[in-house]
Design a binder for this molecule. Structure first.
Ligand SMILES: Cc1ncc(COP(=O)(O)O)c(C=O)c1O
Length: 392
């Protein structure tokens, strides 16, 4: 029977997962596979990192409906976290809880005043494209390609007319390029101008070389802004399965999310919120920030050396847990994947990060996103052996 619903395909990463399943009969990420296409972190304890909880206690009261924008223990933990590490002065009324980072991003874009044009970089996090298209948002593309080495400048943003609304992952997925310090301050300042606003997606906040930075540090009065900071327990807290994310914004904007939750979400699972609040306790968070930064810095640099030695032209910045680079010769990312599938491995083809979605004609057609997020330090030599074999 014909479906009563309008069809739309899954986001790009899943396309690769399904191709992988067809070719190998296995789900990427399961035992024995090499999930270099996937964006999840290790969920085990890192060297010098805090313990990872494997149980949780909750009471009958936690089985009641949760408050629409989040329970007090998690809202307080998030407030204290940002005010402590970034000197902000947010209150719990500046925070809304979602079931991960993506729903927070989707809700912000869904409620965005249609007069605003979204400014999104040419090379960005795959589902931004799906969200913009599904929601019918107007958007303009900020150049981010081999010509500018995937490093757009503030001037590229300033050349766009207002009203406009930045949508940016920082550190960037897939490129790892990270705006920090004065540069980040100037981009935040741009978003604070009249007729401007923006969403800083800080999913990879902990994955930066040096002390993590956040856009929130540069917002003097969040209640007088249209800036949204999005993050989640997914990457830095190493807990994608909890499905907890949050948006920080002006009280006025957060109220809309509360209304939305009452209509369409009904709040977020209490056990997940309780667990996330514990993960964010200040002492633990301090340890996690240091351990995550150090471990993934070391993985980034050893894979950088190895991939470059195999002939990949890397453009990776100093954040995130991906390498972003061009394959040697005229090998395309799709052909490379066909070879990798034989070893139960896969990368994410660069075309899926192209916000113009130009397919084979994309300047990103011979680019790959190699994820070292899920890799333990021990798998290094085995990983290199497969890569070498497929690049011969
Ligand atoms: C840039 C970016 N933003 C947000 C997310 C949020 O993910 P989730 O919805 O799983 O919390 C991810 C995960 O891959 C990401 O890469």
């Amino acid at each position: 029977m014909e479906s009563a619903l309008t069809y739309f395909p899954p986001m790009g990463v899943y396309e690769t997962l399904f191709k992988f399943l067809d070719a190998t009969g296995k789900y990427m990420g399961t035992e024995g596979t090499h999930p270099w296409a996937q964006g999840f972190p290790l969920t085990t304890q890192l060297p010098d990192g805090p313990e990872i909880p494997t149980s949780i206690t909750f009471s009958n009261a936690d089985l009641k409906y949760p408050p629409a924008t989040g329970g007090m223990e998690l809202l307080t933990a998030i407030r204290d976290y940002y005010n402590h590490f970034y000197g902000s002065q947010i209150s719990t009324d500046n925070i809304a809880i979602f079931a991960g980072g993506r729903p927070g991003i989707f809700a912000t874009l869904a409620f965005l005043n249609p007069d605003y044009r979204v400014l999104v970089e040419e090379t960005e996090y795959t589902p931004y494209w799906d969200a913009l298209r599904l929601l019918g948002r107007k958007y303009a593309i900020i150049p981010s390609n081999p010509e500018n080495r995937f490093r757009p400048s503030l001037a590229d943003y300033q050349s766009q007319p207002a009203p406009s609304f930045l949508l940016k992952s920082n550190p960037c997925n897939p490129t790892g390029v990270t705006w920090r310090g004065d540069k980040l301050a100037s981009l935040v300042q741009f978003c604070l101008e009249s007729g401007r606003g923006g969403l800083f997606d800080e999913a990879y906040e902990y994955f930066q070389t040096g002390e993590p930075d956040s856009a929130i540090r540069y917002i003097p009065e969040i209640d007088k802004s249209n800036v949204f900071i999005v993050s989640a327990a997914t990457k830095g807290l190493q807990a994608p399965g909890l499905r907890v994310g949050w948006v920080i914004a002006s009280e006025q904007n957060i109220e809309l999310f509360r209304n939305f939750s009452s209509i369409a979400m009904g709040g977020i699972a209490r056990p997940s919120q309780i667990c996330t609040a514990q993960l964010m306790e200040l002492g633990r968070a301090k340890q996690a920030r240091a351990a995550v930064g150090k471990f993934y810095d070391s993985q980034r640099s050893r894979y950088s050396e190895a991939l470059s030695a195999m002939g990949l032209d890397l453009f990776t910045g100093d954040g995130g847990f991906y390498h972003w680079g061009r394959l040697p010769g005229d090998l395309t990312a799709d052909e490379f994947n066909e070879r990798l599938f034989k070893h139960e491995a896969a990368i994410l083809p660069g075309t899926l990060c192209d916000m113009f979605r130009r397919g084979e004609k994309s300047p990103m057609a011979d680019f790959v996103r190699f994820s070292f997020g899920p890799l333990s330090a021990e798998s290094f030599e085995d990983d290199l052996a497969i890569l070498r074999d497929c690049l011969k």
